[in-house]
Design a protein around this ligand. Structure first.
Ligand code: B12
Ligand code: SF4
Length: 501
């Protein structure tokens, strides 16, 4: 039984310009490898000829099962195109897709992309292993929990919820040995070539209306123990020379003990690694006594979803935070020598120019890094359902659901293009303040590096694009799927060309 897990070809985000092997894929691979399956991994974004290499590999090897991973809504068409291409190259291969977005909209995805045979709904490890076993032994697949599919008559079937894995420590070490860890794309350019994205915990116990993480894990949180986290960091240092990490856990320290354990382990191991963690302002306040410990253990930055400078908006999105708490947490972090990255949401329905002025004034004072986003109705969230009901969603092209393209207008700016201009304007007004420009010469090397990267690469690229129409940055090997189909020349089955998204 041969299984190929595919992370489809994606366009790397212009702002981060970062790529990383998906922690979810590496975890799935490690799990099914331990279960004894013959597996392979293809992170197509890294291939010189992403679509061509995928087609060629599948045509040649005809794996029995091909898994396709889609973790962002904005990536769903890449996943569907990859599924169509795989099906055309090897019609007998069974295709199973997984990840947050297809889990939330399983029926829509199956109907939109007939090449997808099954969708794994929710956490993937156990479902995938049971699914592969059932295919191998030709057993009844409808008995495997967590699967969605269309039956012969086209009716939507769901086998039922797969319970969450109780103890994440029972999972094996992610399969870094299967990733192209020395590929030059694998880094966060703002953090340097020895950086990487990792993920240890799953979920969050809050319920902010726009958040997929809390919806996907049904408001639960499970963590990996600090000892295993430290083992993973040690491996990444020793074997892969990585020492700067963006820890993708949405809320690293839901429990205080997680922070205590992490600090103790990292201080004990003395690996001299550096971490950018994510948390909430109220948890930073709760854990004030740990902040020095975090810094000594290598943490240099906390990213917090502070979102907005007005309590009314925080209440609307159910942030369960006050602006005052946010302000105190930002001050506290800086007092303890930790940098503040605030992720922020603009583009609210009632928002006015005066609000944005106040927004810039407030955040301009307290943040080291400005994570500006447009509030986006991601399928699966209560916010999506609410906006859909109100008829406010104007753009249904999921490619634009990446937090930097407007898909909804506001009361004041009634065209999406106006909202896009507002977004760019706020970004510009923030970055071109003297205070930000001084950061280019900061004595803090990490802050200096970040700002040099954002201003000289990202902001400059956007400015040149706007003034002279020079192209926006895109990774050198990027190819649109449609262009691949055209370039490929030889006729493809009509169904495949018609299915191209
Ligand atoms: C790593 C990561 C990235 C990497 C992408 C790496 C990659 N190869 O895909 C980078 C840094 C490039 C990235 C970028 C973006 N990201 Co990102 N990212 C993450 C992060 C931190 C971790 C994902 C992960 O591995 N999670 C852990 C694993 C366990 O979960 P999982 O991936 O869901 O996988 C499980 C299941 O879904 C399932 N599964 C998944 N695939 C498959 C496949 C099969 C066959 C099966 C059976 C099962 C299965 O099984 C897995 C194990 O249980 C998450 C946040 C988070 N904590 O999840 C955000 C997250 C996925 N990103 C998000 C977003 C929006 C983005 C961006 C589009 C914009 C932004 N503001 O950041 C950008 C731009 C993308 C681009 N064009 O570059 C959102 C997605 C929300 C959504 N529905 O769209 C998330 C959830 C963050 C958030 N809370 O908002 N990201
Ligand atoms: S605190 Fe963050 S991770 Fe938790 S529900 Fe809110 S936005 Fe999601």
């Amino acid at each position: 039984m041969r299984f190929l897990l595919v992370d489809p070809p994606h366009k790397i985000w212009t702002i981060l310009r970062a790529w990383t092997p998906s922690p979810g894929c590496l975890q799935l691979l490690a799990y099914v490898e331990r279960e004894g399956f013959d597996i392979e991994y293809m992170d197509c974004t890294l291939n010189d000829n992403p679509w061509g290499d995928l087609e060629e590999k599948v045509r040649r090897e005809k794996p029995e099962v091909v898994g396709i991973s889609v973790n962002c809504t904005a990536f769903i068409y890449d996943g569907m195109n990859a599924a169509s291409l795989v099906k055309a190259a090897s019609p007998q291969s069974i295709i199973i897709m997984g990840g947050e977005h297809p889990s939330f909209v399983a029926e829509e995805t199956l109907r939109d992309c007939p090449a997808v045979d099954y969708i794994c709904v929710g956490e993937g490890e156990v479902t995938l292993a049971e699914f592969l076993r059932a295919v191998e032994k030709k057993e009844d697949i409808s008995k495997v929990l967590g699967l969605a599919y269309l039956d012969e008559k086209g009716a939507f079937c769901y086998t039922g919820d797969r319970p969450f894995i109780e103890d994440l420590d029972t999972l094996p070490m992610p399969a870094y040995h299967m990733a192209k860890m020395d590929h030059p794309f694998i880094e966060l350019p703002s953090e340097g070539p020895r950086s990487l994205v990792v993920n240890f915990s799953r979920g969050c116990t809050w319920d902010c209306t726009f958040c997929t993480e809390s919806a996907f894990y049904k408001k639960t949180w499970r963590n990996r123990s600090p000892k295993l986290i430290a083992d993973e960091f040690e491996l990444l240092k020793e074997k892969y020379n990585r020492d700067i990490f963006y820890v993708g856990d949405n809320t690293f320290n839901v429990k205080k003990e997680q922070g205590i354990g992490f600090i103790e382990e990292m201080l004990k191991r003395k690996t001299n690694q550096h971490f950018w963690l994510q948390s909430r302002a109220d948890l930073v306040l709760r854990d004030e006594d740990l902040l020095d410990g975090y810094r000594e253990a290598g943490v240099y930055q906390f990213m917090m979803g502070i979102e907005y400078h007005a309590d009314s908006v925080l209440k609307d999105i159910k942030k369960h935070l006050s602006v005052e708490q946010a302000r105190k947490a930002m001050e506290l972090l800086r007092k303890h020598g930790l940098m503040v990255m605030a992720t922020l949401l603009i583009g609210h329905w009632e928002e006015t120019e005066e609000d944005r002025e106040a927004f810039l004034k407030f955040f301009g004072k307290y943040v080291d890094h400005f994570g500006l986003n447009l509030i986006t109705p991601l399928p699966g969230t209560p916010y999506f359902e609410h906006m859909k009901k109100l008829g406010r969603i104007e753009d249904w092209d999921y490619r634009n659901y990446d937090y930097i393209h407007a898909v909804m207008a506001t009361k004041e700016a009634d065209h999406l293009e106006q909202v896009n201009l507002i977004y760019k304007d706020v970004l510009k007004r923030y970055y071109w303040r003297p205070r930000e420009l001084f950061k280019l010469f900061s004595s803090n090397p990490i802050l200096r590096r970040h700002h040099r990267y954002y201003i000289t690469k990202v902001a400059f690229n956007i400015m040149m694009h706007e003034i002279f129409g020079t192209p926006m940055w895109v990774q050198p090997n990027y190819q649109e799927y449609q262009d691949y189909l055209v370039e490929r020349g030889e006729a493809l089955p009509e169904a495949l060309t018609a299915a191209a998204k």
